[in-house]
Design a protein around this ligand. Structure first.
Ligand code: SF4
Length: 147
């Protein structure tokens, strides 16, 4: 029997205060049961952080943080999946952390500047780690992104 869907939702879709200053939250109405994922960028870099790109987060300490944050969420997802729930992950378009189908590249080092970043197809670092963890546990998941 398939039970209710469980949505694993990027943190800022429920709490926009973790988003980069000046970024408007995407319009989003959560449906059904939700599990709020942690915000890896706020936890590592704080609320007053600069914008970052995929390359800046694609290093061991950020990936280790992501893996630590993801493990308990994956435990929950595994239990829900084993109990017949459909698991859906909802990410944030173009985020270097939480993009599912689109992310942001462009960091080349040096002084802070934002004009050079570009949006490309592919997941952010946090969602890449989440996908790997869920795949290793053979949890069937649907993916969507908003924004
Ligand atoms: S997209 Fe992810 S990392 Fe960025 S503010 Fe939202 S939850 Fe945090």
């Amino acid at each position: 029997m398939t039970r209710d869907s469980i949505h694993l939702i990027a943190h800022c879709l429920l709490n926009p205060h973790t988003r980069l200053k000046g970024l408007q939250p995407p319009a989003f109405e959560p449906e059904g049961a939700v599990v709020q994922l942690p915000c890896p960028e706020a936890l590592l870099l704080g609320l007053d952080r600069w914008a970052v790109t995929f390359e800046q987060l694609d290093h061991p300490i950020f990936r280790r943080l992501a893996q630590e944050l993801i493990r308990p969420v994956a435990d929950l997802a595994e239990m829900f999946s084993d109990n017949g729930h459909r698991v859906v992950v909802v990410g944030v378009a173009k985020s270097p952390s939480c993009g599912i189908f689109t992310t942001t590249f462009g960091f080349e080092g040096g002084l802070p500047r934002t004009a050079e970043h570009r949006h490309v197809a592919g997941p952010g670092v946090f969602m890449e780690e989440l996908a790997q963890e869920l795949a290793e546990r053979r949890i069937e998941v649907e993916w969507m992104e908003v924004g």
